[in-house]
Design a binder for this molecule. Structure first.
Ligand SMILES: Nc1ncnc2c1ncn2[C@@H]1O[C@H](COP(=O)(O)OP(=O)(O)OP(=O)(O)O)[C@@H](O)[C@H]1O
Ligand SMILES: [Mg+2]
Length: 359
C-alpha cells in the first residue's frame, strides 16, 4: 500500500522548466494517469517519483517518508517502486524467464517460489510459451510485455508504468488494459500510469491528470474531466470537439459564421464566447425542427457510427450519428441539427457553463 505526496515540485533542465509547481497526493490503491501531449513532462514526473531524477525544488513523499527534498534523496532501489520504462529495457543476454525472474533472484527468493511467480505473471501477459526465448527473438510488443511482467513479479506497492502498451496491436492493447486493471485491483497497489492515449486513460483511471507544458490543467475522474473540462485545452484534448465563435445575448448564442443562426442559451454570460460541441451530442432532425440547419456535405461509414459533415453558412459542423443512419440521408440534402448539450467558454478559454438541452 502506498500514497505519493508531491509538494511544490518543479523541475528544470537548464533554462527549460518542464514541470511547474506540481502539487498532488495519489491515494493508496488509486489508479492515476498522467496524460498530455508529447514533451509535457509525464516521463519526467514518473522518473522523479521512481528516484531516477531529482526535482529542482519541492518535496516528494512515499507514504510518510520523505524520499526527495532538501538534503534527502532516497535512491530508486530503496523506494519499493516497480517501473516499466517507455523504452522497455530488457536484458538481451537473459531469456524471458530469467528477465522476469531477476527481481526475485536478487532477493534470493527460493527457486520453487520464483518458478511459481514467474509462471503466474507470464500467464498474465500471455507469454507462457516464450519463456525460453531471448529478447532478440521477440517482437517489440512481446519485449514490452516482458518488461511489464518483470515489474509485476516483485509485487511492488507502487507501480509506475510509462506507456507500457504503446507497441501492442489494438486488440492486445485492449485486453492488457483490462489485465493491468485487474492486477491492480487484486493486489491493491497504487499505479501511476503515463500515456498520451486518451481512450486508455479514460478506460483505466480513477483520476486523470491532464498536463500541458508542465502544468496540470485539471485532475478529475474520467467522467468529470470529459463532461466538465475546466478549460478549452482539456475539452480539446479529450474526445472529439469543435469550437465555434459566438455572441451571447438575450437568451441565445448567435454564430456569425453560421449565417447568424443561433442556439438557445440561458446562462449568465453575455458577449463573446467560444462554444464547444462534441459531434456525438448532435443529431439529425427534419430541417424545420433543428436548432441549426444546413446542407449535408459528406458522410463516412465507420461501422458503429456515421461520421458526417454539415455545411452551416461558412462553418462545417461535424455530426456523429449512429451507424444505421448511413445513407438514409443523401449528400446535398437540407438537414436539421439537434443539439443535446454544449459547453460555453469565455474569452480566456475557461469554462463558463455546461448546457444540457432536454430533448
Ligand atoms: N535529461 C534531460 N535533459 C534535458 N531535457 C530533458 C531531459 N529529459 C527530458 N527533457 C525535456 O523535458 C521535457 C519533458 O520531457 P518528458 O520526457 O517528461 O515528456 P513526455 O511528456 O514524457 O513526452 P512523450 O509523450 O513524448 O514521452 C521535454 O521538453 C524534454 O526534451
Ligand atoms: Mg514520455
Amino acid at each position: 500500500m502506498a500514497t505519493v505526496t508531491i509538494k511544490h515540485i518543479t523541475k528544470a533542465f537548464g533554462d527549460n522548466v518542464v514541470l511547474k509547481e506540481f502539487n498532488e497526493t495519489f491515494q493508496d490503491g488509486e489508479f492515476v494517469t498522467l496524460l498530455g501531449p508529447s514533451g509535457c513532462g509525464k516521463t519526467t514526473m514518473l522518473r522523479i517519483i521512481a528516484g531516477f531524477e531529482k526535482p529542482t525544488s519541492g518535496e516528494l513523499y512515499i507514504d510518510d517518508q520523505l524520499v526527495s527534498g532538501g538534503k534527502t534523496f532516497v535512491p530508486p532501489e530503496k523506494r519499493s517502486v516497480g517501473m516499466v520504462f517507455q523504452s522497455y529495457a530488457v536484458w538481451p543476454h537473459m531469456n524471458v524467464f530469467d528477465n522476469v525472474a531477476y527481481p526475485l533472484t536478487i532477493k534470493k527468493t527460493p527457486k520453487a517460489e520464483i518458478k511459481k511467480q514467474v509462471d503466474r505473471v507470464l500467464g498474465i501477459v500471455h507469454l507462457t510459451q516464450y519463456a525460453e526465448r531471448f529478447p532478440n527473438q521477440l517482437s517489440g510488443g512481446q519485449q514490452q510485455r516482458v518488461a511489464l511482467a518483470r515489474a509485476l513479479v516483485a509485487a511492488p506497492k507502487l507501480l509506475l508504468l510509462d506507456e507500457p502498451l504503446s507497441n501492442l496491436d489494438a486488440k492486445l492493447r485492449e485486453s492488457m488494459r483490462f489485465e493491468i486493471k485487474e492486477i491492480q485491483k487484486e493486489l491493491g497497489i497504487t499505479v501511476v500510469y503515463v500515456t498520451h492515449d486518451q481512450t486508455e486513460a479514460m478506460a483505466m483511471s480513477d483520476r486523470i491528470f491532464l498536463i500541458n507544458r508542465g502544468v496540470v490543467q485539471q485532475c478529475d475522474s474520467p467522467e468529470v474531466i470529459y463532461n466538465h473540462p475546466s478549460n478549452q485545452f482539456v475539452a480539446d484534448f479529450l474526445g472529439k470537439v469543435e469550437f465555434f465563435k459566438g455572441e451571447a445575448k438575450d437568451g441565445k448564442i448567435t454564430f456569425p459564421a453560421m449565417n447568424g443562426q443561433h442556439i438557445l442559451y440561458d446562462g449568465p454570460k453575455t458577449g463573446k464566447v467560444e462554444v464547444a460541441i462534441r459531434p456525438e451530442n448532435l443529431y439529425f432532425t427534419a430541417p424545420e425542427e433543428g436548432q441549426l440547419t444546413g446542407v449535408l456535405e459528406s458522410q463516412y461509414y465507420l461501422g458503429d457510427v456515421d461520421d458526417c459533415r454539415v455545411r452551416v453558412g461558412d462553418s462545417l459542423v461535424r455530426v456523429i450519428a449512429p451507424g444505421h443512419v448511413f445513407k438514409t440521408l443523401t449528400d446535398g440534402q437540407q438537414v436539421g441539427i439537434g443539439v443535446r448539450d454544449f459547453l460555453v467558454f469565455d474569452d480566456d478559454g475557461m469554462l463558463e457553463q455546461l448546457l444540457k438541452i432536454q430533448t
